[in-house]
Design a protein around this ligand. Structure first.
Ligand SMILES: Cc1cc2nc3c(=O)[nH]c(=O)nc-3n(C[C@H](O)[C@H](O)[C@H](O)COP(=O)(O)OP(=O)(O)OC[C@H]3O[C@@H](n4cnc5c(N)ncnc54)[C@H](O)[C@@H]3O)c2cc1C
Length: 484
């Protein structure tokens, strides 16, 4: 990886469709190399798609995925944290296996030791990779006796050690329902409002990238010189521009771009939702807590994700809460765009009814209260965080994915998790070099001067503006635990 300023001598013009975390980050990466980038986003701001709340630094929320995917997610998350250090909530995650579950905590341990040694290896490769604390502290195990003694302590406003973070868990979780040990791991939260703010401010500081918001791509035609003529509508006006290379980062609507170009591509799209609750009685700073469970059953995994101000985001991996009947759809021979039912598209493009919000949030509160009884008096805190995500191929458990190509001048950015975006940018750069649109001397980067100049305060202010614009509580622009 090169951290030296590199300038591309070719004048190639690159268009990126979609200003989600994938398109915005690839735009940042390529424009940092001096490439001429235009980012077209149909919405009013960047990173405005489905929620992003966990960094997944080790994939410990997904026990069903392979060890290799976990190792990949760890390395990718470290990269992402180096790019967007002020977008993370630096609080740990507790992973608990309930007694009724078929799995055991012991089954989780080999992977945790592997991830710990992998993290140590990444630090040896580059000391700047030490963004998750000391490798020996990557995770800690807690037996019941220790939790019982922690339950007698007072929670701290600024917990420092993993044991201090565990105090509210020990005090409030029904310890009889769990198997031991509990795992606490340095898996941080990721805040999508702060991500959007970080990406937008970094791109605004970078003259090589033109960001066009409120700009929906409607038509794409190949040009005689092998490039693309892109038609888009910007604030009601029809516009047209020619580009040499096209990157499709249109998220769950990527298939529509493939269809415009006549390319086939198997992919899945899944609609999911997380719910926002307000727990007025809460006076402690919590870690994330994940109660494992079999996906799609009434005991599906429960996720309890803290935000400042007593807000908690809730997932319950059952069809009554986070998942939806017919919420997972596949592309066909005729279309690369999986067809979500109208009811889901309405939720995405318009909104939810008040009764649906109350019904599903109440179920989510009940799902979590089975493990944290005092949480049962929590109320609806805001509208849900929801959306559809694409998964390339046909395996719905795939979590670490990046890019595919069709022809010489077209790439699809197909990340399933935000952490994969810099790997995607590396792969696209290799392809651009192969096609001659980028000089061979230009190397992959992990240093982003435009981002490094943005202050934490500027990010907070912009994130606050985004919460207002999107009608979420101001607390959602903030984090409980800042970068150490
Ligand atoms: C409930 C839920 C929880 C999740 N939690 C996490 C999590 O904790 N961590 C994590 O890493 N991931 C999480 N994900 C997945 C994550 O949200 C997505 O994978 C991620 O947002 C994908 O980013 P993207 O940039 O590829 O797509 P998107 O964020 O969907 O961005 C695509 C953009 O393209 C734009 N666009 C589409 N068509 C056009 C067009 N024709 N012209 C112009 N613009 C266009 C859209 O407006 C959109 O802004 C979650 C997903 C869901 C549904």
């Amino acid at each position: 990886m090169s951290d030296v300023t590199q300038i591309n001598s070719t004048a190639a013009k690159i268009a990126i469709i979609g200003g989600g975390i994938a398109g915005a980050s690839v735009a940042l990466y390529l424009s940092e190399l001096g490439l001429d980038i235009t980012l077209l986003e149909k919405g009013p701001s960047l990173v405005n798609g489905p929620p992003i709340c966990h960094l997944h630094a080790g994939g410990n929320l997904y026990r069903e995925i392979s060890e290799q995917q976990c190792v990949t997610l760890l390395a990718q998350s470290i990269d992402l944290l180096r790019l967007y250090p002020y977008a993370a909530d630096y609080r740990p995650t507790v992973v608990a296996v309930p007694k009724h579950d078929k799995g055991t905590p012991q089954q989780l341990l080999p992977r945790l030791y592997k991830l710990q040694s992998e993290y140590e290896r990444l630090i040896q490769l580059d000391p700047l990779n030490k963004v998750l604390g000391e490798s020996q502290d990557y995770f800690q195990l807690f037996e019941r006796e220790e939790l019982e003694s922690l339950a007698l302590q007072t929670p701290l406003d600024k917990p420092q050690t993993l044991a201090q973070w565990m105090i509210p868990v020990a005090k409030n979780v029904d310890l009889d329902k769990l198997q031991y040990p509990l795992v606490m791991v340095h898996e941080f939260g990721l805040n999508m409002f702060r991500l959007g703010a970080s990406a937008a401010l970094s791109l605004e500081a970078n003259t090589a990238c033109q960001v066009l918001t409120n700009s929906a791509v409607t038509k794409i035609s190949p040009t005689v010189s092998g490039g693309w003529l892109i038609d888009y509508q910007q604030a009601g006006l029809n516009k047209q521009e020619e580009f040499d290379y096209l990157i499709n980062a249109a998220g769950f609507r990527s298939g529509l771009i493939d269809d415009l170009l006549g390319f086939k591509r198997p992919r899945l799209v899944e609609f999911k939702a997380a719910y926002v609750s307000k727990w007025t009685d809460c006076d402690a700073v919590w870690p994330e807590v994940v109660f494992h469970g079999e996906r799609g059953t009434p005991q599906g995994m429960a996720q309890f994700t803290p935000y400042p101000g007593g807000y908690f985001q809730l997932h319950g991996m059952t069809e009554d809460i986070t998942l939806f009947k017919q919420g997972l759809v596949a592309s066909t021979e005729q279309s690369a765009q999986p067809k979500l039912a109208e009811v889901f598209l309405n939720k995405i493009d318009k909104n939810w009814t008040e009764s649906e919000i109350i019904e599903r949030t109440s179920r989510a509160i009940a799902h979590i209260s089975a493990y944290i009884p005092s949480f049962s008096n929590a109320q609806v805190g805001a509208k849900p965080l929801f959306g559809a995500q694409q998964i390339p191929g046909g395996d719905p458990t795939l979590r670490a994915a990046n890019v595919s190509f069709a022809g010489d001048n077209y790439a699809r950015c197909e990340t399933v998790k935000a952490s994969s975006v810099l790997t995607a940018a590396d792969v696209i750069l290799q392809q651009l070099t192969k096609t001659g649109l980028v000089d061979k001397e230009i190397k992959a980067i992990r240093s982003f001067p435009s981002s490094e100049r943005i202050s934490e305060q500027a990010i907070t202010l912009r994130a606050e503006a985004l919460t207002k614009e999107r009608d979420f509580p101001l607390s959602f622009a903030h984090i409980n635990s800042a970068k150490p």
